[in-house]
Write a protein that binds this ligand. Structure first.
Ligand SMILES: Cc1cc2nc3c(=O)[nH]c(=O)nc-3n(C[C@H](O)[C@H](O)[C@H](O)COP(=O)(O)OP(=O)(O)OC[C@H]3O[C@@H](n4cnc5c(N)ncnc54)[C@H](O)[C@@H]3O)c2cc1C
Length: 255
């Protein structure tokens, strides 16, 4: 991966970000409007015949090497040869191994900035602090900053900290902006909290699980889950064809 080492003076000059101790600039990376992307992918495939049942929960599944039977919350029954679980953090409700640590995470996005911030439009910032913060801009010229993770899952407790975390993230942003920067007038437009999953090695769980015959799992945990979903798609299509994928040993359950 092509990278440059930048001193804090270089970071300040190039990106107008201060209070850093230098950093690594990688030219490989990208950002996407994940919500829009997901809807576009679904709409495209729906127009080619893919049936989509939104807001429909799978509440019970019976497994067998000869087939799967799944029940939806509306009482419909689905019979299939295989089932592929992409159910994210909810997977801990069915897989009883301790394979992921669920955390609470926070993010805020500011109001639209009227000025020019093209120097950071293409920049994704991720620091190495614990808890870390990350920063990026949006297509409509806002700044989004997130992090401040807490090591628990309790959603009521998580949401009760939202205001405190908003203030924490606003302070972090102000620390990064130089004294005269016009973006210091930053005002939060939205603040939200979510669940985040961490694995022991930062890698996802993709493949079969011994307790679920006929099922495959694509669980893209971690801060690179969206990238892992592409690998998951490739691996499951290999497995369905009875082929071995070279990444199987690294992503398997009970590794
Ligand atoms: C604030 C935040 C920032 C993040 N930033 C990044 C980032 O910059 N880059 C990155 O790569 N990753 C990032 N991630 C992580 C990324 O979002 C996840 O790794 C990724 O979404 C995991 O994908 P998934 O398909 O495994 O699960 P999910 O996206 O969690 O999808 C699981 C889906 O299954 C559905 N479901 C669960 N149970 C059932 C059921 N019984 N019946 C029907 N449906 C069910 C859920 O409703 C959900 O829609 C971030 C996560 C958070 C919370």
């Amino acid at each position: 991966m092509p990278v440059d080492w930048l001193s804090s003076a270089e970071i300040l000059e190039r990106y107008r970000i201060t209070n850093t101790h230098g950093g690594i600039l990688s030219h490989q990376g990208g950002s996407i409007d994940a919500f829009r992307f997901t809807h576009d992918v679904l709409a495209y495939n729906n127009s080619r015949g893919l049936a989509i049942y939104d807001k429909t929960e799978i509440i019970k599944v019976k497994y067998g090497e000869r087939g799967i039977r799944a029940w939806t919350s509306y009482g419909n029954i689905i019979n299939a040869k295989k089932i592929i679980y992409c159910n994210g953090y909810e997977s801990v409700n069915i897989i009883k191994d301790k394979f992921v640590k669920l955390l609470s995470t926070y993010a805020i996005v500011g109001e639209r900035f009227d000025g020019d911030q093209s120097e950071i439009q293409e920049l994704l910032v991720w620091n190495t602090a614990n808890p870390y913060i990350y920063l990026r801009t949006t297509d409509d010229n806002r700044i989004l900053i997130g992090g401040g993770d807490e090591p628990f899952l309790d959603t009521a407790r998580r949401d009760s900290l939202l205001n405190q975390k908003r203030i924490f993230l606003e302070k972090k942003l102000l620390k990064l902006l130089p004294a005269e920067d016009p973006r210091r007038t930053f005002r939060t437009d939205f603040a939200w909290a979510g669940t985040f999953g961490e694995t022991k090695d930062g890698l996802p769980y993709i493949g079969k699980h011994p307790n679920f015959p006929g099922a495959y799992f694509v669980l893209g945990f971690g801060g690179n889950g969206i990238t892992f979903s592409i690998t998951g798609m490739e691996m499951v299509s290999y497995m369905l064809q009875g082929k071995k994928h070279p990444l199987e040993p690294y992503y398997k359950f009970r590794r």
